[in-house]
Design a protein around this ligand. Sequence first.
Ligand SMILES: C[S@@+](CC[C@H](N)C(=O)[O-])C[C@H]1O[C@@H](n2cnc3c(N)ncnc32)[C@H](O)[C@@H]1O
Length: 322
Amino acid sequence: MKSSAAKRQTEYLQTEREQFLGDVLAGLQADRKTLNPKYFYDATGSQLFEQITALPEYYITRTETSMMRQVVKRLGEYCDGVQAIVEFGSGSGERSDILLSALPGITSYVPIDVSEELLASTANGVNASYPHIKVQPLIADFTESMQLPSATPERRLGYFPGSTIGNFLPAEAIGFLQNARRLLGTHAKMLIGVDLTKAVKKLECAYDDAAGVTGRFNKNVLTRINEELDADFVLKNFAHQAFFDHDRSRIEMHLVSLADQRVSIDGMHKVEFRAGETIHTENSHKYTVEGFRQLASKAGWHSTTDWVDDERLFSVHLLETN
Ligand SMILES: C[S@@+](CC[C@H](N)C(=O)[O-])C[C@H]1O[C@@H](n2cnc3c(N)ncnc32)[C@H](O)[C@@H]1O
């Protein structure tokens, strides 16, 4: 007989296509067309994201990784007694390894991600390297209500690397942090990687690299819709676009329709595009250190300490519940 956790996971997979179709239609039938960025991360999208992290223009991952090697040297002082790490959007889990190797008191690791493939490989990697740690991966959307496995020890550190928090609108980021606080419970701590505001050229190049990998990552969501939702997007009829919006302090990624065209989805739904019209596929908000501290405080967290690299590209924040 299946455990209730296993049953919940099976139900999640069964309703996935239905939800995907509903979200895609709602997004593409809106006045300003959008797609939820979580749909980037099928197996191909996750591999493309891994390639992005190694691009010369994409300073985020290498800066955060090298910062984390320094951060963990002092983290023990602040995280005495922490037994569980709950990682949101764990991806390949590269930095979780840095964290786990530096905190010997950890007995439980719960990686959460929508990408099943990455989640399985991250969980297997942690199992192999840290046999004493109980690994309980959760395939889940971290913007929705979740439950941790019942055996998760009470003293928990949430970990949210990669500046994935920048994908939320500021109000959504506050909502996420409030939910994370409830999920992690009393005594919770949270370590978050946050990308900082900087010269526009550097930001725009990071999301529009010379080799075109980010463009392929952006367009892959259309391939995914074609394959999983029986649609007929013609990829060469769309172009990748990334630009910085000063007023909202964010990079926006779009797919621009290069012609008037009509796309069919799931046989019976038609979506019209005018030449020049875009699908807004992702936001990446950029913060100042103080701006992010203030945002976190609106969600009931206070900043214990934070770290910034020498070039002031990226910040890592350790938060505690008020
Ligand atoms: C920008 S990548 C960062 C990956 C990794 N943490 C890093 O720092 O390199 C975002 C990760 O979050 C996952 N993700 C995106 N939206 C999600 C959602 N709504 N719920 C759960 N996971 C999500 C993706 O599958 C991906 O692994």
